[in-house]
Write a protein that binds this ligand. Sequence first.
Ligand SMILES: Cc1cc2nc3c(=O)[nH]c(=O)nc-3n(C[C@H](O)[C@H](O)[C@H](O)COP(=O)(O)OP(=O)(O)OC[C@H]3O[C@@H](n4cnc5c(N)ncnc54)[C@H](O)[C@@H]3O)c2cc1C
Length: 467
Amino acid sequence: MSRSAIVIGGGLAGMLAASALSQSLDQVTILERDTLADAPQPRKGLPQGHHAHVLLPSGRDAIEALIPGVSIRERLLAAGAREASLTSLITLGPEGWFRRWGHHDHLLLTASRDLLDWTVCDAVLGTPGVNLHTAQAVAPLGNAERVTGVRISAADGEEAELSADLVIDASGRGSRAVHWLGEVGIRDVPESIVDSGLVYASRLYRVPEGAETFPLTQVTANPFASELGRSANLVPIEGNRWLVSLGGTRGGEPPADAEGFVRFALGLRHPIVGQLISGAEPLSEVTRTRSTRNGRRYFEKAATWPEGFVVLGDAVATYNPVYGHGMSVAALGTQALHRELQQSGVATPGFARRVQRAVAKPVGAAWAMSTSQDRWFPGVQGSAPTVADRVLSRYTRRMTRVATSSYRVSAAMCDVTTLQEDAIRLVHPSLLLATLAGPVMPALSGPPLTADEHAMLHALDRGGNDR
Ligand SMILES: Cc1cc2nc3c(=O)[nH]c(=O)nc-3n(C[C@H](O)[C@H](O)[C@H](O)COP(=O)(O)OP(=O)(O)OC[C@H]3O[C@@H](n4cnc5c(N)ncnc54)[C@H](O)[C@@H]3O)c2cc1C
């Protein structure tokens, strides 16, 4: 019997879902309201593409597994994307500068979202059985027991109904899934928000001559210092460019003007990012966004769930982007769909419910990490830190301090923050002991730069802040 699925949204989660579904079903239709171009370029439905994105190794591996026969990583690298080890970046963390270890591990992929999404889209749309339909999904069809398709609206406003055995909502943070479920009588989907009022401001720069090898550099906010959370991320991407994203929580937002942008970066806990861009050639205006809050819909907790309906990616939860989790959680959630498709098949009773519950696992891990830190920023909206949060924060702060001078502890923390291991790893007896014992080396007084990097920074600095 021929089986079909409809995927609402042709973003990262939607494309990955289509690839997974095409391996088990006969027909997969992706509904995307934007017209997708045949080359990487900005589009309306991907406004976050103006801002710096890192792809974690867990997300990269999930993407590689979900799209068989091609290596998205290799295609991205061939197109100029960059790869860097998380334990070798230049990072000022909440507890000081991290030492750089020079290991080839915990590799982050950095590229523009336009390139990343287009590369995935190009690979998936070539898959037999996958079709792209340019239309807006209006609402799922069906009732509280079963979803049977989607009502769509074409560009000319004409509406039509498409039927399918399975409907995936991968329409991103603006998803109407909770609203639609409410209309058919499922009104018990809990929702939660933790919002530090973070504003992101980003700008593209041409990498100055001689600075081509300067690594990803970040000055992070300190959630535990009872001060506004202000940060900077300088991310090398394809086309010999730096994508620089500044962040500021409520009351400490980065400005939208060019001069203010550099000034903000120079005024952080350390001015390194401001120094690097102070003389660099900008390639874009400053773009700002407030779409940064942690917001979660606990679909897995609904007492009943319709057959034939699954929600994935940002439609389930969004996170403070500083932690770089969204794309990887979307990919890991789609792997849960893939596993369930292989184990039981789309027609088995309870299929959608099982997938939705499995999707909640990586969502929960990312959610716990970002909200347990964001809850500490002044003026945050959402629940305040609990007693457990207070105990946990003491431990993780101490461990972070130890990690600045210990590769073993730093790598263990990276295993968890990159969603490769459960957080339980951090209370392993050997890590507990290392944390209790404290740092094994004195704190660094400045960024751990090589002699070449020092020279580059000195040559680039027009901000008068060289330290
Ligand atoms: C500023 C910022 C920085 C970020 N940085 C990182 C990072 O460093 N690392 C990371 O992993 N994540 C990051 N994220 C998160 C990441 O961008 C998202 O998690 C990811 O894009 C989610 O993919 P998605 O496919 O679920 O949703 P989207 O990418 O939002 O895709 C949804 C798609 O659905 C389409 N659509 C919506 N409604 C309809 C409809 N009714 N009918 C048809 N089509 C529809 C849209 O046009 C869009 O193409 C960041 C987010 C922001 C805002």
